[in-house]
Design a protein. Structure first.
Length: 326
């Protein structure tokens, strides 16, 4: 069952080299190029971060902004970050998203999308850069919809956060070995097991050992069918981060039982893993149409589910059914 964590494809390194040039004008405003951790580059000033990323799994670029609250952007809670698309919609509510799939999946070239993003950043973040509107990001964050769901809204009280698309991510990963993470995953406490599931994929990457990767992978599949929903959500998210497309059938089965009253980690995992299967042309992966059908069925079970599907299904090259459009 175990899958060794593979090397990052060459496309990531090639794409990273194209991220800096469209935003080089930030350097003239006093920013420095602070981080170059694939698949992102981070520009940093005394007050702000600007992160430019390219997600190779689904071939989609992203630009994020944040007030600088720490020395590195990675050390800040994700809830402090604002996506460029969110900033644009704050100013123009019916704005068309600038980011889409790139040419590898029939979309626009990455260079063209990043050039457009740079122009949008100049326009809609001008007050941040010249100091005339330093509280702009605070107002964008304050205007976010509150779902009333623990872990989905900020601030988070759990050891994990839940992203805008429904994936779970550990807030404070520890440099512990796989054996310790597996032991923690057998704890009787639900929060401890869920946290350990999210930690396992990180520990496996750090160790780079075939047998421990197999052990971690097998344990995640066991946690995917845990009795507690939080543990299952954490395990599904970890397997999505792992890129384990073998998990898709079980994830889809679990998605069928989701009530739709909150965003689903299963929906996010199914989408991310299907994107990976398409990218690598894996012959045993489910048909994207079958995955979309499952996602749309979930989206019809409640308003939070429908909202999540509007965030996700474009990744599979699909529009939103009319009955899910508000």
């Amino acid at each position: 069952m175990g899958k060794k964590l593979g090397a990052r494809p060459k496309q990531r390194a090639e794409a990273r080299r194209t991220l800096v040039e469209p935003f080089a004008w930030l350097l003239k405003l006093g920013f420095e190029l602070a981080e170059r951790e694939a698949p992102s580059v981070v520009f940093r000033s005394g007050r702000l971060f600007v992160a430019v990323s390219y997600y190779w799994q689904d071939e989609v670029p992203s630009v994020d902004l944040a007030k600088r609250l720490a020395d590195r952007l990675i050390d800040q809670l994700p809830g402090t970050q604002v996506r460029l698309a969110e900033l644009v919609r704050f100013h123009i509510p019916d704005a068309i998203p600038w980011a889409s799939t790139t040419e590898g999946r029939g979309g626009r070239p990455l260079s063209v999308q990043l050039a457009q993003a740079a122009d949008l950043l100049r326009t809609h973040a001008a007050g941040l850069f010249d100091g005339t509107d330093p509280d702009l990001l605070d107002r964008v964050i304050a205007a976010r919809r509150r779902h009333g769901i623990p872990g989905y809204d900020t601030p988070w009280s759990e050891p994990w956060r839940i992203g805008a698309e429904g994936g779970w991510h550990i807030k404070d990963p520890k440099p512990i070995d796989v054996a310790t993470a597996i032991a923690n995953s057998r704890d009787g406490d639900t929060v401890a097991r869920a946290t350990a599931a999210l930690q396992l994929v990180i520990s496996a990457r750090i160790e780079h050992d075939t047998q421990t990767s197999v052990d971690a992978h097998c344990r995640l599949h066991q946690l995917l069918v845990d009795d507690e929903a939080d543990v299952r959500c954490a395990a599904a998210s970890a397997l999505a981060e792992w890129g384990d497309t073998d998990a898709i059938p079980v994830v889809l089965e679990l998605l069928e039982a989701e009530p739709g009253d909150r965003p689903s980690a299963m929906a996010w995992a199914a989408t991310i893993l299907t994107c990976r299967a398409i990218h690598f042309k894996e012959p045993t992966a489910p048909y994207p149409e079958d995955v979309l059908d499952a996602l749309w069925r979930f989206g019809r079970r409640g308003v939070p589910a429908a909202e999540q599907m509007r965030q996700l299904t474009w990744r599979l090259g699909a529009g939103t059914p009319p009955d899910l459009i508000r």
